[in-house]
Design a binder for this molecule. Sequence first.
Ligand code: FAD
Length: 215
Amino acid sequence: MGNDLSVVNAARVSLNRNSETFQDQDEKLIKYLLTKKHTSPFEHVVFTFLVKTPLFIRSQWMRHRMWSYNEISRRYTSENIDFYIPESFRKQADNNRQASIDEEIDNINIRDGFISHSKSVKNHISDTSIYLFESYKNLIEQGVSREQARMILPQNMYTSFYGTVDLWNLLHFLELRNDSHAQYEMRLYAQAIEKIVESIVPSTIKIWKKLKLTQ
Ligand SMILES: Cc1cc2nc3c(=O)[nH]c(=O)nc-3n(C[C@H](O)[C@H](O)[C@H](O)COP(=O)(O)OP(=O)(O)OC[C@H]3O[C@@H](n4cnc5c(N)ncnc54)[C@H](O)[C@@H]3O)c2cc1C
């Protein structure tokens, strides 16, 4: 809902003015609003996204309290379950407790009783996901409630949610989540969102990128 014109019209209502079209010089007003942190005009542009993401990214996303959310409930349904299996795996950083490094790790040792063998990380995670999913289905088939059986489903299970947010809080989200401190997978979502909104509020995004000044 809304666009760059909604932002400048929200700001100019103080003067009892309203424009029908967005003019080039309106970018000056957007720059002024962003620079002076006159943030409320940006709240009149609202986005709703339908997001499909693994649980571990959902948890990070939903720390953003200024969004409104509605999510699939595994109390209601045990259908359409799938898992995120990345193509490659990053090593843990030595000098930063939360970060990974670009260097990849392909194989790990798996202990099977007394025998140890090498296996690709991807295959190991895929096999483990299948095992847990089969165990989940077994619990459901034997009458265990969905709300308890789901506890064994792993963090790489996909979930879906609607997320609604105004433009100001979205800029704040993008600043935090398209940042080198954010997890790589989270950054990909932030970059995708930035691309989507750029086509709807091109002037705001252009000026914000220059200023990188939100909150
Ligand atoms: C790289 C990174 C690492 C993180 N690591 C961790 C971690 O290890 N553990 C962890 O728990 N969280 C972690 N977080 C989450 C972080 O602490 C924030 O909860 C999250 O980024 C949401 O930011 P926010 O509160 O500014 O956004 P929102 O919740 O969307 O809020 C937007 C703004 O509204 C205001 N606001 C909202 N609610 C309140 C409130 N209750 N009181 C006062 N002001 C409020 C604040 O100004 C806030 O900036 C991490 C975030 C990032 C980006």
